[in-house]
Design a protein around this ligand. Structure first.
Ligand code: DQA
Length: 147
């Protein structure tokens, strides 16, 4: 079983980007956390980050037939991109949405997510651990045995 991990715009800057909000873990740390959680369930993880909406959509399309499910932190595209939500709906794989910060205690424009309407689960405010929870949930949902 393969899981696709997608990270959107500005998440390549994790570690130095607003550490008071997003913590000091890097994108490499995030991907390693997710990969370790996947491996514990006997799953493989493919990780991709892009600052470009179109590249994220292409990666979602590419998941059809190659991944069992998708973990996605779409960054600010969460709040703006009908196109990413449409791509997730089109592919029809199970989706877990992750946000490092608790978006609900931040600015009002972060309170709405187009992704949530196509996600089976949403994890916010747990920091880097949220990616581990997301992978564990998705692996369980996909029927991967616990490690
Ligand atoms: C984020 C929250 C978004 O509102 C923001 O635009 C991000 C990161 C998070 O992980 O907390 O880029 O998705």
């Amino acid at each position: 079983l393969s899981i696709l991990l997608l990270n959107g715009p500005n998440l390549n800057l994790l570690g130095t980007r607003e550490p008071g909000i997003y913590g000091t873990s890097t994108l490499a740390d995030v991907e390693e956390t997710a990969r370790t959680a996947a491996a514990a369930r006997g799953c493989t993880l493919r990780a991709f980050q892009s600052n470009s909406e179109g590249a994220l959509i292409d990666a979602i399309h590419g998941a059809a037939g190659t991944a069992g499910g998708i973990v996605i932190n779409a960054g600010a595209y969460t709040h703006t991109s009908i196109a990413i939500a449409d791509a997730l709906a089109a592919v029809g794989l199970p989706v877990v949405e992750v946000h490092l910060s608790n978006v609900h205690r931040r600015e009002a424009f972060r309170h709405t997510s187009y992704i949530s309407a196509v996600a089976g689960a949403v994890i916010v405010g747990a920091g880097i651990e949220g990616y581990r929870f997301a992978v564990e949930h998705l692996a369980a949902r996909l029927g991967a045995p616990a490690g």
